[in-house]
Ligand binder design. Structure first.
Ligand code: GDP
Ligand code: MG
Length: 298
């Protein structure tokens, strides 16, 4: 006789929330075994909610990677915070993340928001590869006393430690139901979104200071051409002419380097060769202007 629970299909949304830089995007990529969300050592790399789907015979777990929660200082950050708060409402399960190095007032703000939800909530303590194991028990104890999580699970998203256990815990709480997306889909965003994100990630890696934060990338053309490589025109928006000069660099060297390494990674992602055209435009104070922010897809 067939066991009853063998035939149950589970599907639903898991929102990954937490302050910037705790490893939300890294964890989603680990769960999906694919690099979907961009990651950088600097906070506030993720600006949109990025959806990633883990498919299996018996489940479809849909992860929502969110921008980090923070005290918004400019319009773009306000939009990022709103995205996160809306994502919390959509979710069937909330996965909150903190850093094993310790909690801060910002984590408390996140806890407060998360605890308002009636959905099952889990807490992942990430980056345990960076701390002594013995520091974890007292930390888990204190958190358990003060907060109402289904479970608190120590992990290293980077070293893929504890992630399977966490996944199993999430799966147990996933609602029963039919798949919500095609079962071969990994995301709901079109290729051009990821192409823009890869360029943005490369900017985060290549340039210092305020440049990455003052930058937005829009794919203006994405043409498939018979017997030729795909043509992609990406516009990089920046806030000041002085930043534009830095982006381009002496004799165009910096932008050339950016183009080369972005192209390699885009080709890797798309699994086909492309021709990448990068152009830089100044849009004064775009981060403070709601209409521009919207036009750029945030
Ligand atoms: P997010 O802002 O929460 O999405 O964080 P990211 O996923 O972009 O990660 C921020 C930084 O922390 C990156 O440099 C990651 O490589 C690093 N990171 C993420 N998870 C771990 C981990 O488990 N261990 C260590 N040592 N670093 C991690
Ligand atoms: Mg992120």
């Amino acid at each position: 006789m067939k066991e009853k629970n063998e035939t149950i299909f589970r599907s639903g949304y898991v929102a990954i929330v937490g302050k910037p830089n705790v490893g939300k995007s890294t964890l989603m990529n680990t769960f999906l075994d694919q690099k979907l969300s961009i990651v950088s050592p600097r906070p506030q790399t993720t600006r949109n909610r990025v959806l990633g789907i883990a498919n299996d015979e018996n489940y479809q777990m849909i992860f929502l990677d969110t921008p980090g929660m923070m005290d918004p200082r400019y319009e773009l950050q306000q939009v990022m915070l709103k995205t996160t708060e809306e994502t919390l409402k959509e979710a069937d399960i909330i996965l909150c993340m903190i850093d094993a190095g310790g909690t801060s007032p910002l984590d408390e703000t996140v806890f407060k928001k998360v605890m308002k939800s009636s959905r099952p909530k889990f807490l992942a303590i990430n980056k345990i590869d960076l701390v002594q194991k013995k520091s974890l028990l007292p930390m888990i104890d204190t958190l358990n006393k003060n907060l109402d999580f289904e479970a608190i699970i120590p992990i290293s998203a980077l070293k893929k430690d504890g992630c399977e256990d966490l996944f199993k815990n999430l799966l147990e709480k996933l609602p029963e139901g039919d798949p919500l997306y095609p079962q071969d889909a990994i995301t709901d965003e079109p290729e051009r979104f990821f192409v823009a994100e890869i360029i943005r990630e490369t900017i985060f890696i290549q340039y210092g200071e305020e440049i990455p934060y003052a930058t937005a990338v829009r794919i203006e053309k994405f043409q498939e051409r018979p017997d030729q490589k795909d043509y992609i025109l990406a516009i990089i928006y920046i806030e000041r002419d002085s930043q534009k000069a830095i982006l381009i660099g002496k004799k165009g060297r910096a932008i050339k380097k950016l183009g080369q390494s972005s192209r390699e990674q885009i080709e890797n992602f798309l699994d086909r060769p492309i021709f990448l055209d990068l152009q830089v435009r100044t849009k004064k104070k775009w981060r403070k202007k709601p209409s521009i922010i919207k036009g750029l897809g945030y």
